[in-house]
Design a binder for this molecule. Sequence first.
Ligand SMILES: [Zn+2]
Length: 86
Amino acid sequence: MKTPASAPELSCRELVELASDYVERRLPVAERTRFEMHLCYCAPCKVYLKQIRATIETAGRVVEDDLSPGSRETLLAAFRDWKKIP
Ligand SMILES: [Zn+2]
């Protein structure tokens, strides 16, 4: 499920989906801007991006399977809990 490109904000789930493209500079400028805006206010996504970058530094490229099993689900669950905090 995709949010229309005109949507003002990226969701955490979208960010996770776009993270490898972002790091490898494959995102169009508009998407890239939305991505960076999201990072300005979303700490959990910064952590996720860090993890992606660390994977690239280690492997030389993004291989999603290198992330620990279930890590994406764990992160998304953490995002959900984090959003509940006022
Ligand atoms: Zn986020």
